[in-house]
Design a protein around this ligand. Structure first.
Ligand code: SAH
Length: 394
């Protein structure tokens, strides 16, 4: 077993069970891509078992902080069953859920989503890649499922020196799967969809949206960055008279249309717009359109803090426009999935968008990712998705 020593004084984050060691904190030691190494401190004392990544600035990702633990097939079986045991106790109103959420489940770089009878898996770190076959076996065994599709095509792979790879690792057949979520059904294509296929993290916010649309009696709904129309179907379930889904992806909008039909709603209650959201909001304002509820769920504007300032302006812009488009008493469901924007900063951005819009608003709720995307105290980087519900007052 190779040993990697961290610099004197750089032991602290591992001692606090943060799973990452950056390149600059490594004093000595090298290994192959994904190889398990023994990580020691400046005094030679054990800190962790970790996967080594020769090209990534995140040089080490800890598998375990327990010196007695061996990193072998049994280790991955244990971690997978722990992650599944947590999900089994969570209130998840769906047959689609995140089974393994990377670092938060003690499996750095590994994302496993279940869509009905199909697993969609992203091996996003050198360590996860190295143990791919073992992890796949552990997943199939623990879930009893037979279909496992690999979606290792996220850009993080290149930072780890890994090529993109997609395709069936086990089983096969159609890549489109129908899932049940709350009171509705949706389809997911695990080969073509974004990420592993779908945005499972917004499951509970979609439900809250349906309930709130119903409670407030919202009739005209605008779903911005709709993707395949999850929030649109939720709004129709909530009794909205008409929903407009806006997205720049034509295949996503085609699927949104199919979802409206799949759930038994008349096509006349739904319009799709293949367009840029910012421009769409400006056009709508110019035409004097008004909405009772608006969703803003944009892609990551700020992957890291370095992009925060520019991203803040982009968030403020769309939030100001959306608030102006709402009728008094109307609802804004607004989100940021940028790791580089904290919950506090997002709150400030939306508040100042309200000031610029000349609109008073009540912050009605703070939202986050669904509980199958857990956060841990030891890994604050895991917090990414935050949402606010604002009621326009005047
Ligand atoms: N709310 C969705 C997830 C949204 S993901 C759900 O619940 O499933 C973000 C979406 O924004 C993607 O579908 C992407 O195609 C779209 N998008 C990115 N930039 C855009 C732009 N400038 N204008 C319109 N849509 C955009």
């Amino acid at each position: 077993m190779k040993t990697v020593q961290v610099r004197d004084g750089k032991e602290r984050s591992l001692q606090k069970r943060h799973p990452w060691v950056f390149q600059g904190s490594v004093a000595s030691g090298k290994a192959d891509s994904g190889e398990t190494v023994r990580v020691v401190g400046g005094d030679g004392g054990f800190l962790a078992w970790a996967a080594y990544s020769p090209t990534s600035t995140i040089r080490l990702r800890a598998w375990s902080f327990d010196e007695a633990e061996r990193i072998d097939a049994a280790f991955f079986e244990r971690r997978v069953s722990q992650a599944l045991a947590v999900r089994a106790r969570l209130p998840i109103a769906s047959d689609a859920m995140r089974l393994v959420h990377g670092e938060a489940d003690g499996l750095p770089g590994l994302i496993v989503d279940r869509y009905a009878d199909t697993l969609s898996v992203q091996f996003g770190s050198a360590g996860a890649e190295r143990w791919k076959a073992v992890i796949a076996d552990a997943l199939l065994k623990a879930t009893g499922l037979a279909r496992l599709y690999e979606r290792s095509d996220a850009s993080v792979r290149s930072l780890e020196g890994l090529e993109p790879r997609t395709g069936w690792l086990h089983g096969g057949g159609a890549t489109e799967v129908t899932i049940r979520e709350h009171d509705w059904r949706l389809t997911v294509d695990v080969a073509e969809g974004h990420k592993t296929g779908f945005y499972l993290d917004q499951r509970d916010s979609r439900k809250l949206f349906a309930d709130t649309v119903r409670h407030f009696g919202c009739q005209r709904v605008l779903n911005c960055y709709s993707y395949t129309g999850g929030f649109s179907v939720a709004a129709l379930h909530g009794g909205a008279a008409h929903v407009t889904s806006v997205d720049s992806s034509a295949p996503a909008l085609a699927r949104a249309e199919a979802h409206v039909a799949l759930n038994g709603f008349d096509a006349s209650r739904h319009t799709t717009l293949d367009a840029d959201v910012n421009q769409t909001l400006r056009n709508a304002l110019q035409r004097g359109e008004r909405f009772d509820a608006i969703v803003l769920d944009p892609p990551k504007f700020a992957p890291t803090v370095a992009h925060a300032e520019r991203a803040a302006r982009a968030y403020k812009d769309i939030n100001r426009l959306a608030l102006q488009l709402l009728v008094p008493g109307g609802l804004l469901f607004t989100f940021s999935c940028s790791g580089g924007i904290s919950a506090d900063l997002f709150h400030k951005i939306v508040a100042s968008a309200g000031l610029d819009a000349g609109v008073d608003g009540l912050f009605y709720a703070r939202l986050g990712a669904a509980p199958d995307h857990p956060m841990t105290v030891t890994f604050p980087e895991g917090e990414y998705l935050k949402g606010l519900v604002v009621i326009r007052a005047s």
